[in-house]
Design a protein around this ligand. Sequence first.
Ligand SMILES: [Zn+2]
Length: 422
Amino acid sequence: MQTIKPSLDALQAAAVKSALVRTFLDLVSVNIQADENVPESPSCPGQLTLGQQIAARIKSTGADLPEIFTTEQGVVAASFSASPGCERAYHLALLSHLDTAPDCSGDNVKPHLVKAYPGGPIELPNGLILDETVCPELKHHLGDDIITTDGTTLLGADDKAGCAVLLELIDAVQAGLPHGPLTFVFTVDEEIGRSAGLVPLERINADFGVTIDGCELGELDTATFNAGACTVTIHGRSIHTGSAYGKMINALKLAAQFIQELPADEAPETTQGLQGFYHVYSVSGGVEQAQVRMILRDFEMEGLKKREDFIRRLCGRLGERFVPQFKAQYRNLAAVLQEHPLILDLCRQAYAQAGVPVREQSVRGGTDGSELSYRGLPCPNIFTGALNCHGPYECLPVQALQQSFNCARSLIQLTAQTVKPQ
Ligand SMILES: [Zn+2]
C-alpha cells in the first residue's frame, strides 16, 4: 500500500506560516523527560532551563509586562493585572506543564510534517507506520497538516503544545487583547504526579483555571477518576534450597497467587467508559519478601472505597503474610465543578465562539485539575489537539493546535467580560 512520508521541508514551510508552530518547535528541541526515580523537583534540569527561557521570552516582548515569579522547584507564573475596564472581572489562571512522559525518550526529538493529510498510512522516517490501527482519530484530520516524530522518540506535544498555546496567548495579551486579572502557569513534573502540589495557589490567588493538556480537538475534560495506590507487602520465609523441604515459603509465588485473585474483568485492558479497575504495575522482591504495587481507579468515591475493601478482604483471606498499605492519590474533579459551574459555562461559550463542537469527557486518568480543584482552583482541562501521546506515534494536527489557541483566547475574552460580584 502507498504510504505518505512526512518531511522536514513541509515542516519548515508550516513554521514560516505559523508563529504557533514556530513556538512549539522551539519548545520541542529541549529534552525535559520527567524522572520518577529522582526525589527532588524538578526531576530533570531541562525543566529549569526551559522555565528560564520562557521567563526571558515573556520579559523581552511587549509593553504590558506581567509580574513573573519562579519557584525553587521550577514552576513559572506570569500574572497580568486587568486591562482598563476589566478590573472587576474574575481572575483566570491558564496552566500547562513543561515535562514530558518518562515512558519514552524525549531526547533529540526530530519533528516532521505531513502537508494536507490525504488519509492512509503515514510512514515515519525510521519505518514505523502511523495509521488508523494505532490512531483511529487520524480520519478526523483529513486535509490537516500533521506534525509527527521521526519514529525514534515521543513528540512532546503533551504538553509542549499547551505551553506553546500559553506563550502565544501571552503575546496576544501583550499586543493588547483585553483581559481581566490573568495568570499563566508553567508547571513541572506533571507526568510523575507532582505538579499540582507544587503550584503556589495562595500566591496566584485566581478564581478558577483551565489546564491546556487534553488531546483531541473539541475535548473538554469535566471529570476524572478518583485514584488510590496500594502496595501489598508479602512476607515469605527464605531457607537454603537444599534444606527447604516443608519450610520455605516463596513470597514471589504468593505474589503471583494474589495477582491471580484480582478480578480479571476489572483491569485497564478489560474496562472502558465509566468502569473502574485494579492495575498491578510492578512486582519486586525475592523469596523472603515481595511487593506488589498497584493503582485503583473509580469514577465514584464509593466505588474506590469498595475496591480498597476488596483488597483488604483478599489479604485477610490469603493470610497474615499479606499486608496492604493504601495511599490516596487524587479525586474526581466533577464534584468541585458542580459547585462552581461558571468556569465550565465559560469554556462551553469559548468553544462555541471558536466554532469548535464541544465533547465533554470523563478522563480515564487524572489531570492537574483533579488536585487543583480540591485545593481551591476549580479547573477543567482543554484539548491541545495532540494525539497518541507518550510514544513515537504521537502527532499533532496543526489546525487542531490552532483551535486550542482560539478556544483559550475566547475564554480570556469572555472571562474579561464577566464581572465578579463584590
Ligand atoms: Zn500532559
